[in-house]
Design a protein around this ligand. Sequence first.
Ligand code: ATP
Ligand code: MG
Length: 320
Amino acid sequence: MSTAPNAVADVDAGLTGVHERILSHVVGRERELELTLAAVAAGRDILLEGPPGTSKTTILKAITEEWGIPLFFVEGNADLTPAKLVGHHNPARVLREDYSEENFVPGPLVEAMQEGGFLYIEELNRAPEDTMNTLLMAMGDRAITVPRAGRVVAKPTFRVVASMNPFDNVGTARLSQSVHDRLNRVVITYQDAPAEVRIVRLRSGLGDAEGESSANALGERIVQHAVAVTRATREHPDVRQGSSVRGAIDTAMIAAQLASLRNVHESDDDRYLELFYDAMTVGLSGRIHVDEAAETTPERVLREIWEDRFVLEPRTAAPG
Ligand SMILES: Nc1ncnc2c1ncn2[C@@H]1O[C@H](COP(=O)(O)OP(=O)(O)OP(=O)(O)O)[C@@H](O)[C@H]1O
Ligand SMILES: [Mg+2]
């Protein structure tokens, strides 16, 4: 069967309008969204390469929701066998009825092909080689033959989107040349501080640039501080990989709860600094990976960041 991307042409027609709407779901990321959208609208498969928490899922959800097509998630790891990706025959039914098309339970690859969705494989580089080969065949042919279930031809909007963390070196091979040669690539890095502040405001419901009330002022101060210390974890010399904006969102929300539990209303209260440190240890200590050679701990790194920010340079602790 031909793989002419008819449905993609339909999408193309309204691409500009769709583009505007997609942007409204996402804070910033205009360029990454545009590049990703152009690649998938062109009928291509793509690799999004970036550290955790850098909007990869957010971007894909925004695109698939606007296009009205499903998004299937698969985590790439050593357990992702070809059978898990493609599907399997229901063993009980096979015993009763023998193998047939009807008792085949499709896996995410076949589902995405049948429904014309995006198959999103996180950490593709961790998938075993035979799984990778199955995937490459499906990508190349836009069709797959499943033994004893028949041939599945992908709908035109089927895409494979893979992600990879460039810092990832946990027992993984790099992707082979043949995989790279079949994928387009968009590199995603951390957003700048103002964008991260907007994300934390949006996700935590705290702070508000125009807020006048003291609760708003404290919330805004918490948001600014959470973003600043989270960004500092990425710069610290003893840290291999710092925290994403997820750590900032959680630190801010935990700090706000601590402020209310401890009845702290002002950010120039000494007790604020203490509660903020406590919130950092909860929100960030599990999210930073210290360099093995550095002989330090996440707690110690966080203490240093906190002291730099609030004790050594207290003036810079003021937002803005
Ligand atoms: N540009 C953005 N606009 C709005 N929210 C965002 C943006 N980037 C990240 N977030 C928020 O930060 C969190 C992490 O984002 P997301 O899940 O998109 O990251 P990811 O790149 O898919 O991470 P991972 O590689 O760990 O899967 C989510 O809670 C999301 O709501
Ligand atoms: Mg994700």
